[in-house]
Design a protein around this ligand. Sequence first.
Ligand SMILES: Cc1cc2nc3c(=O)[nH]c(=O)nc-3n(C[C@H](O)[C@H](O)[C@H](O)COP(=O)(O)OP(=O)(O)OC[C@H]3O[C@@H](n4cnc5c(N)ncnc54)[C@H](O)[C@@H]3O)c2cc1C
Length: 387
Amino acid sequence: MIRRAYDAIILGLGAMGSAAAYHLARRGRRVLGIDRFRPPHSLGSSHGHSRVIRKAYFEHPDYVPLLHRAYGLWRELEAEGGRTLLRTTGALMIGAETSEVVTGTIRSALEHGLAHEVLRAHELQRRFPVFSPDEQTVGVYEPEGGVLDPEACIETHLSLASRHGADLRFDQSVAGWRADKGRADVHLEGGACFSAEVLILATGAWSSGLLPDLSPALLVERRVSTWLPMVSDRATFFGPSRLPVWVWEVPEGVFYGIPALDGAGGGVKLGIHSGASECDPDSVLRTVDADDFRDLRRFLVGRIRWIEPSPIRATVCLYTMSPDGHFIVGRHPDCPEVLIAAGFSGHGFKFACLIGEVLAEFACDGNTRHPVDLFNPSRWGGRAQPS
Ligand SMILES: Cc1cc2nc3c(=O)[nH]c(=O)nc-3n(C[C@H](O)[C@H](O)[C@H](O)COP(=O)(O)OP(=O)(O)OC[C@H]3O[C@@H](n4cnc5c(N)ncnc54)[C@H](O)[C@@H]3O)c2cc1C
C-alpha cells in the first residue's frame, strides 16, 4: 500500500542527508527523511565532535570553489540555528617538500589566490613548538582552516529541517527502493511504502546494500580516532589558540591532529587518514585494543613532543572510499529519479552543507549551479562502477 506522496524522500539523515533535508524543506518541498538510527549517532561516519575544514585543498584544486560556498553556508546555518558550529584555528599541512599534502596544498592555494605561508622546519617549530620536524620537512599554514562540530551540525540541520516542515522518521530501516517513470517507491523493513518524485540515497557506509551496481566501487574502512593526554606543564601549547589543525604526511602514511578543544583534560585528538583494511558496517569491531594505537605511537616518536602515549578515549568511525578518492554525487546513471550522495572517502564532512544544497538544486531545478563534475556517478563510462 502506498501511503502519502512526497516531493522527495531522503534515505539516511547523517551528515549529507540532514543537510539535504534542510535545503529541500527550506525551499518549501514536502520532504520525508528516514534513518535506521537516530542521528547524530556514533555508528557511522559523523561522530567524534571535530572535523577538519580547510580551503587550500591538497586533494584537488577543483574543491576550492565548493569550499568557498561551504564556509558561507556553515556561517548561514550558525546564524539561523543560533549555535556555533565552526571554530577557526588555522590549518597546517606538513611533509617533505615533494609530498602530496604539501605540493597539493600549495597548488590549490596559488591557483585560487588563497592566503598561505610556507614554513621551513625551524620556523615551523618556532611558531608551533609541539612539532619536531627534521630539516627536510616543511609546513604550509592556512589561516582560514578550522574545526566543525559534526554532531552539532547534524542536530542543527535536522532541527531546522523539521522547523521548515520536513517529516523526519528515525529508527526505521529501508529495505529497498524502485524507480520508474518519474516516481520512486521506498519500502521500509516493517512493510510500509512511500513514494516521491525524487529519491536521495545518503546512507553512508551502508550504501552498497541499496546501490548494488555501485557496491564494487565502495570500500568501507574502519578508522580509529584517539584522544591522548598532554604533559601537564605543556598543555597550553595544544590549545586552539596556539595549535592549528594539522595533517602530516610521512613515508608510513598520513596522520592528523586536532588541538585540545575541551581544555587540558580532554586531550588532543589524533588519527590516521591512510591505509586501513576493508570492513562490513554491520559486523565491524567497535571496540579498540593496543594494536589500534601502534602506528600512531610510532609516528609520534621524534615528531610531536609532550604527548603521553596512553589514550584517554578512542572511537571507531567508518570511511566509505570511492575508487579515485573523490565523492560520488549526482544523478543515478540508470534512474533519473534517484540522486546519489556516497563515497565521501574520509574527507566529506566539511562539504556536507554544500552537498545538501547541490542535492536540493538537482531535485528542484534538474541540475546544480555548483561545479561538481568531479563527483559524477557516471564517471566510469556511463556505469555506476568502474570496470
Ligand atoms: C575518523 C574520521 C575522521 C574524519 N575526519 C574528517 C575531517 O576531518 N574532515 C572532513 O571533512 N571529513 C572527515 N571525515 C569524513 C566525514 O566525516 C564523512 O565523509 C561524512 O561524515 C560522511 O557522511 P554521510 O552522510 O555519508 O554518512 P553518515 O553521516 O554516517 O550518514 C549515513 C546515515 O545513513 C543511515 N542509514 C544507513 N542505511 C540505512 C537504511 N537502510 N535505512 C535508513 N537509514 C540508513 C545511517 O544510520 C546514517 O545515519 C572523517 C571520518 C571519520 C570516520
